[in-house]
Design a protein around this ligand. Structure first.
Ligand code: MIC
Ligand code: SF4
Length: 645
């Protein structure tokens, strides 16, 4: 038998439906799930609707890390709801303050060789431990918690061969920025990136987590590293060496595609506004004045990342024109920098220390000044996501960020040496402080638990079966790379409405077209037309659920991002692809569309969309598997699952 790569080994061990043939649909067993608060409330309402008393996974964890500003009762009510519903149904609950889900999960729960499904697009972070970790919509997580398989098209496996070793001041962030530079935000759709080669050993566990985390920005299904001695050292420092197993591809394994990165030649890189793939060398734009620097987010808030910031800032001050924020990714990281003294150095430098949460990454505070340049160690820099519409957000390593905070202008961290700051490797502790008091186990007597629902938690809206004819007007026509932040913005004002679909739906496409919602109401719903990679970015199913609530029936585009396409089907919105991309030009907002004999056309393959306004016919593909067609025709996954149960 030919050698297998690591992805094949783990997928085969979890296969419950289908065959591993690129493109063909498979169902895999899910060992662990995670949710976060902004997607979790819906996921647990959906789980509740399935009528399963206790989760059937090996482990399910509910985190609170996004909706942390408590300007009013909504977020605190959601936290209380999540705590009670977790206790009732066999789910561990990570309390607010314990940290960002992806940071805490890898610290305390991730196990090499297992599968993890999370209602957050950066769930692949745990791929750094040798897991198959995939982001999905909340409803898919609910099904997995109920013991159902997760369905996905068998991904192509791309082998990323790392040669040489990382040089001083160059990090895992630069590895993933290099891939984004080469492959773009749509390069990874339908693919898993598996890292191998001699260079892997030079990447610490923290570097690996940064790479797998931001693989999400490639549009990839996930990314994975082997489980080797560095993994073992990390798990030992977490008091979990018993969870370690060595895992790697067979020496004669093959890959569907092959990419090489020479780490010896890699230099500090930076992504420019407003997309994570607009990558250039830091040197190319060095000298640009900045107003803000933020170190944190699930990509770069580990002990290593804050340790390097403290090392550079020790005895120095943040540049006068710069506001610098530092976010420890977890309570464990926070405690580590406090005990080691790094926190004192950061405080003394003038850095603003934030609580362990997503914070500025999701526009929960720290919006930059008008037109300001902000350099962040984060993973997304979509327009307006920071909370300031005309801010210019750049993405770089913590090394580049701290060098920039010190000088007030974009700075290659290697230039710190000329300022008398010598490179010193941050040594990770042999033993991290371990205290899981902020993780509450499920209740021993679940029947005694009352689920606490605040007034902002509204019942789950359900779709109905579509009928045999779809008709309506085109509500909006947009271009390429539309993100879920365009469709359903986040930020401190809108995020607290995640449990209230009628209220949050008032903001659909609000940053793109202020009249969209009004039009959708007046026209009784309709269609959306888009370009390539529609729905990239987050896993938020609200980007499907809220449009569904407004009566959106179908979305016709050149191509979809993976998670958003699945979310559309899950909520009974028809995903359609132009058969001839040129048809995109000959169609416009306000055109009246009709699709007749829906079920018959869907079971056949090609769908004819009549444009009544122009008297034309457009051929579209739906690209759905026969299972997905039935899910859609049932009015979504919840109807399909409950009916089938
Ligand atoms: C994001 O980074 O965009 C989020 C906020 O974490 C989302 C989830 C959400 O919208 O709740 C994600 O990445 O999936
Ligand atoms: Fe939170 Fe930002 Fe990570 Fe999303 S990308 S999980 S908002 S830190």
């Amino acid at each position: 038998m030919a050698g297998r790569n690591l992805t094949q080994k783990i997928l085969e061990a979890h296969l419950v439906e289908g065959e591993l043939k690129p493109g063909a649909e498979i169902g895999i067993r899910i060992d662990q799930t995670l949710t976060q608060d902004a997607t979790g409330t819906m996921a647990y309402l959906q789980f509740e609707a399935m009528g399963v008393p206790k989760v059937r996974t090996k482990l399910s964890v509910s985190y609170v890390d996004h909706n942390m500003l408590q300007n009013s009762f909504e977020n605190a009510d959601d936290h209380r709801f999540l705590q009670s519903i977790a206790a009732k149904h066999g789910v561990y609950y990570s309390r607010p303050g314990n940290g960002i889900c992806h940071q805490v999960h890898r610290e305390r729960f991730g196990v090499p060789g297992q599968t993890l499904l999370g209602s957050d697009s950066h769930t692949p972070t745990c791929g750094g431990l040798g897991m198959i970790a995939i982001g999905a919509g909340g409803l898919d997580i609910a099904v997995a918690m109920a013991g159902g398989p997760f369905h996905l098209p068998t991904p192509k496996v791309v082998g990323v061969e790392l040669k040489g070793s990382l040089q001083p001041w160059v990090t895992g962030k630069d590895v993933i920025l290099e891939l984004l530079r080469r492959l773009t935000v749509r390069g990874g759709v339908g693919k898993i990136y598996e890292y191998f080669g001699e260079g892997v050993a030079s990447l610490s566990a923290s570097d690996r987590f940064t790479v797998t985390n931001m693989g999400a920005e490639l549009g990839a299904t996930t990314s994975i590293f082997p489980s080797d001695e560095a993994t073992r050292t990390y798990l030992r420092a977490q008091g979990r060496e018993k969870d370690w197993v060595p895992l790697a591809a067979d020496p004669d394994a093959s890959y569907d595609e092959h990419i090489e990165i020479d780490l010896d030649k890699l230099e500090p890189l930076i992504a420019q506004p407003h997309s994570p793939d607009k990558v250039v060398a830091v040197r190319q734009i060095a000298g640009m004045p900045v107003v803000q620097v933020c170190i944190g987010s699930c990509t770069n808030s580990s002990y290593h990342d804050l340790g390097i910031a403290a090392m550079v800032l020790r005895g120095r001050a943040v540049y006068p024109d710069v506001s610098m924020t530092v976010t420890p990714g977890s309570k464990q990281v926070f405690e580590t920098i406090a005990r080691k003294g790094d926190l004192a150095d950061l405080i003394s430098s003038g850095a603003r220390i934030l609580e362990s949460a997503c914070g500025p990454c999701i526009g929960m505070g720290q919006a930059p000044s008008s037109g300001g340049v902000s350099v962040r160690s984060f993973n997304r820099n979509f327009e307006g996501r920071s909370g300031t519409q005309d801010a210019k957000v750049y993405l770089a390593s913590p090394e580049t960020c701290v060098a920039t905070a010190l000088t007030g202008k974009i700075t290659d961290p290697r230039d710190l040496e000329e300022m008398g700051i010598q490179f010193k490797k941050v040594i990770e502790p042999d033993q991290y402080p371990i205290n899981d008091d902020m993780i509450l186990p499920p209740a021993k007597e679940p029947e005694k638990i009352e689920v606490l629902r605040g007034p902002n938690i509204k019942p789950l809206p359900r779709n109905t079966a579509p009928g045999d004819r779809l008709e309506g007007k085109i509500l909006l026509k947009v271009g390429d790379n539309i993100t879920t932040d365009h469709i359903m913005p986040a930020g401190s004002k809108i995020l607290p409405l995640r449990s209230n679909i009628p209220a949050i739906s008032e903001y659909v496409f609000s940053r793109v077209d202020a009249d969209f919602v009004q039009r959708a109401k007046e026209w009784g719903g309709g269609f959306i037309v888009g370009g390539s990679n529609y729905g990239q970015g987050s896993s938020r199913e609200h980007a499907a659920l809220a449009p569904m609530y407004l009566g959106v029936k179908a979305v016709l585009v050149k191509s979809f991002a993976r998670i958003h396409r699945a979310n559309l089907i899950n909520f009974g919105i028809l995903p359609l692809l132009f058969q001839n991309e040129s048809d995109y030009e000959a169609i416009g907002q306000g055109d009246e569309l009709v699709i007749d004999s829906l079920a018959e056309q869907l079971r056949g393959g090609t769908v004819i969309v009549q444009n009544k306004s122009r008297g034309t016919r457009i051929s579209a593909q739906h690209g759905m598997t026969s299972r997905e067609v039935e899910v859609y025709l049932a009015g979504g996954l919840l109807n399909y699952t409950v009916k089938g149960a």
